[in-house]
Write a protein that binds this ligand. Structure first.
Ligand code: PEP
Length: 252
């Protein structure tokens, strides 16, 4: 059976001391409570702390992910971070397509395509976020919006690249709002996403690909969400910042 995956997206939170003490404590709890037998855990700290995080988690069952990367190999792009820089400190995973990157940093499908290209070139695993707005759901366009997002990005790549992807379905109206999709709403969309992978790449890939849910996951709703047939885990923002909450989610 596929292990469920839980990813902590810390966004622009936790300084050096908070990051390192969180990771050391979390590691201890995960090993004591044997959480690693049931869940794959990925932590996405801020850029400055990726290296120390990687050192702390080296040789353990936890891994780290960057929250973003630039789409160009290197050059005069002040303030940006390249894939080769990340690789040089041992990072091998990246979150792409997060709705906050689209909203505040104007990331388009065209930019995302370039980011996917360069990430795959360097052998990175990609946690790729897709999701609809509240307005799109109200207008009953959520399925077509998701299909379009996939067609313009991941579906541009051949089947042999699909094992580099984890999909995170994150309805934008549920991110950081405390409003979660019901398990039924989420399951329906996850089933649809899997059917799109089935149509495009066949049964084997559609079954193997992990589709996570993200959007106000908490210690109280995680169990119901994770128990849905097509939900392979979660991408967790706010509730991953407090260790007690995050551990409860991992135990769900
Ligand atoms: C996210 O930012 O990916 C996320 C799911 O955030 P939150 O859990 O806070 O809604």
């Amino acid at each position: 059976m596929k292990k469920k995956i839980v990813i902590a997206n810390w966004k622009m939170n936790h300084d050096f001391y908070e990051t390192t003490s969180f990771l050391r404590n979390l590691l201890k709890i995960i090993l004591e409570r044997k959480i690693n037998h049931k869940k794959k855990v990925i932590i996405a700290p801020s850029f400055p702390f990726l290296q120390i995080s990687n050192q702390i988690l080296q040789g353990t069952c936890l891994s780290i992910s960057a929250q973003n990367v630039h789409q160009i190999e290197n050059g005069s792009y002040t303030g940006e971070v390249s894939v080769s820089m990340l690789r040089s400190i041992g990072v091998q995973q990246v979150i792409l397509g997060h709705s906050e990157r689209k909203k505040y940093f104007f990331e388009t499908n065209e930019i995302l395509l370039k980011k996917i290209h360069i990430s795959l070139k360097y052998g990175f695993s990609i946690i790729f976020c897709i999701g609809e707005t509240f307005f799109e759901r109200e207008k009953k366009k959520h399925f077509s919006v998701i299909k379009n997002q996939l067609e313009k990005t991941i579906f541009q790549f051949p089947s042999e690249k699909m094992n580099f992807f984890i999909i995170a379905y994150e309805p934008i109206w549920a991110i950081g709002t405390g409003k979660t999709a019901t398990p039924e709403q989420a399951q329906k969309m996850h089933q649809y996403i899997r059917s799109l992978f089935m149509e495009k790449y066949g049964k084997k890939i559609s079954k193997r690909i992990s589709i996570l849910y993200g959007g106000s996951i908490s210690e109280t709703n995680a169990r119901n969400l994770f128990s849905q047939e097509d939900i392979d885990g979660g991408l967790v923002g706010n509730s991953s910042l407090r260790i007690e909450k995050f551990v409860k989610i991992l135990l769900s």
